[in-house]
Ligand binder design. Structure first.
Ligand code: UGA
Length: 426
C-alpha cells in the first residue's frame, strides 16, 4: 500500500484516484475546484461514468480515499507518489498547452518529501518528462510517465482491466516504483524511456482515429458501390492482423481526445521536422465526414435545409457519456443551423450548449414531432427500441438518416426515405 496523491480530478484524475484506492492504496485527490471537491466528498460524481459513483462511495466509506482543495492538506498528506492529471488543452497552434502541468510541478516541488515520485498521466508532448526533470530544482524528486488509455463510458473498467500498462522512466528503479502500484493487475506491462511512453499515448490515439477514418471512408465507398460496409469490415477484420474491433462507421470521430491528440501529434512532429501525412489526411477526412452527414440530411429534406426542421437523436460524442466536447453530433447540428435548419435534439443525458441555437427536447418521441428529417447521430441503445411506426405517425415527412447504424431492419420498411451510413440509398 502506498500513499498516493492525484492532482486534477477530471475524467482521468478521478478515475485514477478511485482506481488506485480500489487497488488498495491510500489516496488523496486534489483539485482547485472547490465545488467539485465538495460534491466528490459526499460521494457524488460530477461526471456520468458507469460504475464510478458506486466505487467512489465505497472507497470514501472505507476511508481509503479523500478529497481536498486545500494545498496544506495536500502537503501534509506526505504522498510517496503524486499523479499529475491536469488538463492539457489545445492552444491556437494545435499544440498541447502545458501551463497547468508546469504550474503543478512547481507546487509539488515546494512541498514534496525527498524521494517523492511524480507520475505524469496528463497527455503531454514527447519531451515533457525530460523538461520537467530539467526545470525541477530538486534532484531528490523522480519523474515517470504513465499514459492513460481510458475510454469514457468504460473508464473504471479500463483502469482495472487494462490491455496494457505503460511506464516511461529514465531508471529501472523509478519505473518499478510505478509498476508496483499496479502489482495486483494482471496485464502486459511495458517499461520504456520517458519519450517512448509519451509517444505511445499519441500514437495509439492517432492510429485509432486513422482506423476509424478508414472505416468511414470505406462506408462511403460501399454506399457508392452497393457493397454492405458491415460485411466489408467484418471480412477485412477477420484477418487476425487487422481485427474486428473499433471499426464501426459513424458520422466522424470526436470527443475530448482524438481531435486534440491528432492535432497535437502533427504539431509535435512538425516541431522536429517530421511530416505525418496520413494523420493529417485522417483529420481532414474527418472534417469532411461532418459535411457529408449534413449533405445526406439535406438530400432527405429535399435539397435545401432552409426552414426545415431536423430532429436529432444524440448530442454526446458517443453513447454512455454526457461529454459533448468535440462531439460529431454537435458539429453537424451547428452546420445544420448555419444552413438555415431549425434543429431540435434529444439526448438521454448530454446537454447542448445554450448558444448553439439547438432546442433540446425531453424525449425521443417529442423531438421528432413535426420534423422533416430525423438524424441519429449518437448510438444510444434506447434509440434502437423506439417503435418506428410511432415516429412516422408524428413526423411531417417520412425521412430518416441513421449515421450510427443502430436502427433495426423494420425502420427500412416503415420509412420511404431511409438512409444509413455505409449502404446505397434505397
Ligand atoms: C479515446 C481512446 O479510445 C482511449 O483509449 C484514450 O485513453 C482516450 O481517447 C483518451 O485519450 O483519453 P474516448 O475519447 O473516450 O477514448 O472515446 P472512443 O471510444 O475512443 O471514441 C472516440 C470517437 O470515435 C467517438 O466519437 C466514437 O463515436 C468514435 N468511434 C469509436 C466510432 O465512430 N466507431 C468506433 O468503432 C469506435
Amino acid at each position: 500500500m502506498s500513499h498516493v496523491a492525484v492532482i486534477g480530478l477530471g475524467y482521468v484524475g478521478l478515475t485514477t484516484a478511485v482506481g488506485l484506492a480500489r487497488l488498495g492504496h491510500e489516496v488523496l485527490g486534489y483539485d482547485i475546484d472547490q465545488a467539485r471537491i465538495a460534491l466528490l466528498s459526499t460521494g457524488s460524481s460530477p461526471i456520468y461514468e458507469d460504475g464510478l459513483e458506486a466505487e467512489l462511495k465505497s472507497a470514501l466509506e472505507e476511508g481509503v480515499l479523500q478529497f481536498t482543495s486545500d494545498k496544506s492538506t495536500l502537503a501534509g498528506f506526505f504522498a510517496e507518489v503524486i499523479f499529475v492529471c491536469v488538463s492539457t488543452p489545445q492552444n491556437d497552434l494545435g499544440a498541447a498547452d502545458l501551463s497547468l502541468v508546469f504550474l503543478v510541478i512547481r507546487e509539488i516541488e515546494s512541498f514534496a518529501n525527498p524521494e517523492t515520485l511524480i507520475v505524469i498521466k496528463s497527455t503531454v508532448p514527447v519531451g515533457t518528462g525530460a523538461k520537467v526533470l530539467k526545470v525541477l530544482g530538486r534532484s531528490d524528486l523522480h519523474v515517470a510517465s504513465n499514459p492513460e488509455f481510458l475510454r469514457e463510458g468504460t473508464a473504471l473498467r479500463d483502469f482495472m482491466e487494462p490491455d496494457r500498462i505503460v511506464v516511461g522512466a529514465n531508471s529501472p528503479t523509478v519505473a518499478q516504483r510505478v509498476l508496483d502500484l499496479y502489482s495486483s493487475i494482471d496485464s502486459p506491462k511495458l517499461s520504456t524511456n520517458l519519450e517512448s511512453a509519451e509517444l505511445i499515448k499519441y500514437a495509439s490515439n492517432a492510429y485509432l482515429a486513422m482506423r476509424l477514418t478508414f472505416a468511414n471512408d470505406l462506408a462511403e465507398l460501399s454506399e457508392k458501390s452497393k457493397a454492405q460496409v458491415e460485411d466489408v469490415l467484418l471480412g477485412m477484420g477477420l484477418d487476425s492482423r487487422i481485427g474486428t474491433s473499433f471499426l464501426r462507421p459513424g458520422p466522424g470521430w470526436g470527443g475530448s481526445c482524438f481531435p486534440k491528440d491528432t492535432r497535437a501529434l502533427i504539431s509535435l512532429a512538425h516541431d522536429v521536422g517530421v511530416d505525418l501525412p496520413i494523420v493529417s489526411a485522417a483529420v481532414a477526412s474527418n472534417k469532411l465526414a461532418f459535411e457529408k452527414a449534413v449533405a445526406a440530411i439535406s438530400d432527405l429534406a429535399g435539397g435545401s435545409l432552409q426552414d426545415k426542421t431536423v430532429a436529432v437523436w444524440g448530442i454526446a460524442f458517443k453513447a454512455n457519456t454526457d461529454d459533448v466536447r468535440d462531439s460529431p453530433a454537435l458539429h453537424i447540428m451547428r452546420l445544420l443551423v448555419k444552413r438555415g435548419a431549425n434543429v431540435m435534439a434529444y439526448d438521454p443525458i448530454a446537454q447542448a450548449p445554450s448558444e448553439s441555437g439547438i432546442s433540446q427536447k425531453a424525449t425521443a418521441l417529442e423531438v421528432v414531432n413535426g420534423a422533416d428529417v430525423l438524424a441519429v447521430l449518437t448510438e444510444w441503445t434506447e434509440f434502437a427500441v423506439v417503435d418506428p411506426a410511432e415516429v412516422l405517425g408524428v413526423m411531417r415527412s417520412p425521412a430518416v438518416f441513421d449515421a450510427r447504424r443502430i436502427l433495426p431492419q423494420q425502420w427500412r420498411a416503415t420509412f420511404s426515405s431511409f438512409r444509413v451510413i455505409g449502404e446505397a440509398a434505397g
